[in-house]
Design a binder for this molecule. Structure first.
Ligand code: C2E
Ligand code: CA
Ligand code: CA
Length: 690
């Protein structure tokens, strides 16, 4: 289809000769008319008979030509070649008959008629350009016989006479032929062009059709591919979910296996294997952070007897109840495990002191004191506890466990329901502590507390501006016990609340009685007390009851503010400040409180801890720190009290740095009520003179 084929050549020819056939009717009629005219002209001459024959011939052939052409145009029974050949043949016949007419004129009957005949022939030849030029053969078949005839007539008549005629005629014929050929080739070109265009268009159409087909195919296969991809993806997703399910199941199975491997079936607590893991892990952390670790080994007292008399079933239930109570007693971060039988082990992380282990151990023993009710059996049970401390009592899980076990055994031997440290000295201290604690519970009732007051002196003027009230405990059984020993115990046992209230009442009474003169009294508040907002009410009531000036009371708070949340502390101090009491920040520099928090609190003065004062005269670093504290306090609008000043040298440095208020042995140790009165009266003259 891309190259021209015989078929298209035929089509081309068909197009080319179409005008030939359609012009045959008009051409034929012109020839028939011309034949009639020429016959009429020659009828009266000697050529009449020949003219009749020739004109008849022309008319007949022309008519057949018309018939053939119209047959071709309408019916097309035969091939184009057959029609064309017939047409050309008939045209040749007409041409030859006209040629004979012209040839006849070399012996003219009449010159005028001859000229008319020639004129008619010239006209026909000229006119045939339009009707025959589209097919060269037809034109030549029509024209050539006549040209030959005319030329030979010219030559036969007289060559010399007709030279210019011949020349003119030849030029005319040449021009005619050239014109005809030109028309023919132009026509042919046009048709070819049209054809080529058509072919191009059809090729283009084919091309488009092919491309469209290809496009369609492509789209189809693309859609198929997409479908396949979708199906494949779906399959993959299915496979994936299946796989995930399988993995999940496997993980669950592994988890439950792991759980079984590391947990006690009866209580669900970690078992000994997991415990050892955890202890080793905790040891690593404690080693890195230089912390202590407490291992508490707990064994139930009398469990074997209960198990034997009430049966394993009750025994198991008892173990479950015990484990519940132990869990409730402990903090989340502590690990408790069942070591087997009636043994439990607790790991206490991040211990700052061994006291924490004691506290936890006591709580655990206490948690056992309430009766257990199991299947309507009322069971009373106790626990013996052994404690080992990392790193003191061992550096591996096994060593620590073994030593805690040993300690537990000795607790049991001493009658059970008690605590025992692995380290004997620690156990002694524990015993001591337990005794002190025991005494402390009744100290308030037995009136064993009293207050002492340490003067705070302006070292420039020598004036006593106030006293710090300090709690003392003179135990009937144990003698004088220092606050560093009993204050933490008061806090741990919660006795600090009642004893704290007693201190407040005692000091306000002291002021009310006028023992302090014009000076103020500072008292210490434990951080635990900030959580109790009703204490502010109690203070206010005491002030109202006695009618003392609230500005004579100062409260000292330490930086360990975050036992309670900051907001609670802030609220407490603001309320206290509102009453008219002032607030001092104690032991400044030893805590870790952020400055931004401190500036939010209503603090009037900062007490510089004796840690910074000790050796300040020989240590330039300390001097710089104190200088910085003084500057900071000034910029915050706070005053300073310098604690623990013992020597003149220390005082000199503080004076040099601009410090004024001193509290220290250099001036006075804490004094009892009488001592205060004496102090004030003996200092009075000095104040006045200073
Ligand atoms: P603190 O509040 O820092 O009290 C100052 C401590 O330093 C007092 O010890 C005091 O006797 C001592 N001290 C004063 N000047 C010197 C000195 O020049 N050299 C030396 N080495 N020590 C000096 P104290 O009375 O033994 O009290 C110890 C801590 O007990 C107090 O430290 C305070 O935190 C607490 N405390 C005392 N009484 C109470 C109280 O009523 N309630 C509360 N919550 N805590 C109190
Ligand atoms: Ca204090
Ligand atoms: Ca202090």
């Amino acid at each position: 289809m891309h190259k021209s084929t015989p078929h298209t050549d035929i089509n081309l020819l068909e197009e080319q000769v179409k005008p030939l056939f359609s012009a045959t009717l008009s051409g034929g009629i012109v020839n028939i008319f011309a034949a009639c005219i020429v016959y009429i002209l020659l009828n009266s001459t000697s050529h009449a008979t020949n003219a009749f024959l020739l004109s008849s011939g022309i008319i007949i052939f022309s008519a057949i030509r018309i018939a053939v052409a119209s047959h071709y145009l309408n019916k097309k029974w035969f091939t184009l070649k057959q029609y064309l050949n017939t047409h050309v043949f008939l045209t040749l016949m007409v041409g030859v008959l006209w040629a004979l007419y012209e040839f006849m004129q070399h012996k003219p009957g009449n010159d005028a008629i001859r000229n008319i005949v020639y004129l008619i022939n010239f006209g026909l030849i000229t006119g045939s350009i339009t009707t025959l030029s589209t097919y060269k053969k037809a034109y030549l078949a029509y024209m050539l016989p006549q040209v030959i005839a005319i030329l030979s007539v010219f030559i036969l008549i007289d060559i010399e006479e007709s030279f210019y005629m011949v020349l003119a005629f030849s030029l005319f014929i040449g021009f005619m032929v050239a014109t005809s050929f030109n028309i023919s080739s132009r026509h042919k070109n046009e048709i070819e062009l049209t054809f080529n265009n058509k072919r191009l268009i059809s090729e283009l159409n084919n091309e488009i059709e092919i491309r469209e087909k290809i496009q369609l195919e492509l789209e189809k296969s693309k859609a198929e591919l997409e479908q396949k991809v979708k199906e494949r993806t779906r399959e993959l997703v299915n496979i994936n979910t299946n796989l995930e399910q399988v993995i999940e199941k496997k993980e669950l199975a592994e988890q439950s296996l792991q759980y079984l491997a590391y947990h006690d079936e009866l209580t669900g607590l970690p078992n000994r294997a997991l415990l050892i893991n955890r202890i080793n892990h905790s040891i690593e952390i404690a080693y890195r952070n230089k912390q202590k670790l407490g291992i508490i080994f707990l064994d139930l007292d009398r469990f074997k007897a209960i198990n034997d008399s009430l049966g394993h079933n009750i025994g198991d239930k008892l173990i479950q109840e015990v484990s519940k109570r132990l869990l409730q007693t402990l903090r989340k971060e502590d690990t408790i495990s069942r070591n087997g039988g009636d043994e439990f082990v607790v790991v206490i992380q991040r211990m700052s002191s061994t006291d924490e282990a004691i506290l936890v151990g006591q709580k655990l023993i206490e948690s056992m004191t309430n009766i257990f009710e199991i299947d309507s059996h009322k069971i009373h049970i106790g626990a013996s506890i052994g404690i080992s401390i990392y790193p003191n009592d061992g550096e591996s899980a096994l060593a620590l466990l073994k030593n805690a076990d040993t300690a537990m055994f000795s607790a049991k031997k001493s009658g059970g329901n008690r605590l025992q440290f692995y380290d004997e000295s620690m156990s002694n201290r524990l015993r001591e502590r337990l005794v002190i604690e025991n005494e402390l519970h009744s100290a308030l009732d037995r009136n064993e507390f009293y207050m002492v007051y340490q003067p705070q002196v302006n070292c420039i003027t020598g004036q006593t501006i106030g006293f710090e009230a300090l709690l003392r405990w003179n135990s009937e059984a144990l003698g004088l016990i220092g606050p560093h020993q009993f204050i933490p115990l008061l806090e741990e046992t919660g006795l600090i609340y009642s004893v704290g209230e007693w201190v407040i009442k005692e000091v306000i009474t002291f002021i009310h009685k006028g023992y302090a003169g014009d000076t103020h009294i500072a008292m210490n508040l434990s951080a635990l007390q900030f959580g109790d907002i009703s204490l502010v009410e109690l203070i206010n009531n005491e002030i109202m009851r006695t009618g003392i000036n609230p500005s004579k009371i100062e409260f000292e708070i330490t930086e360990s503010l975050f036992i309670n949340d900051f907001e609670t502390t802030e609220r407490f101090l603001i309320e206290l400040h509102k009453i008219g009491c002032s607030i001092a920040l104690d032991d400044f520099g030893t805590g870790y409180t952020s400055m931004s928090y401190l500036t939010r609190l209503p603090i009037d003065s900062i007490k510089v801890d004796q840690y910074f004062i000790r050796n300040i005269d020989t240590n330039a670093g300390l001097e710089n720190i104190v200088k910085a504290i003084i500057n900071m306090s000034r910029s915050l609008g706070m005053s300073n009290v310098f604690e623990g000043v013992e020597t003149e040298a220390e005082l000199d440095i503080i004076k040099k740095l601009g410090g004024k208020i001193i509290q220290g042995y250099l001036f006075s140790k804490p004094l009892d009520a009488e001592g205060v009165i004496e102090w004030l009266s003996s200092r009075e003259p000095l104040t006045q003179s200073g």
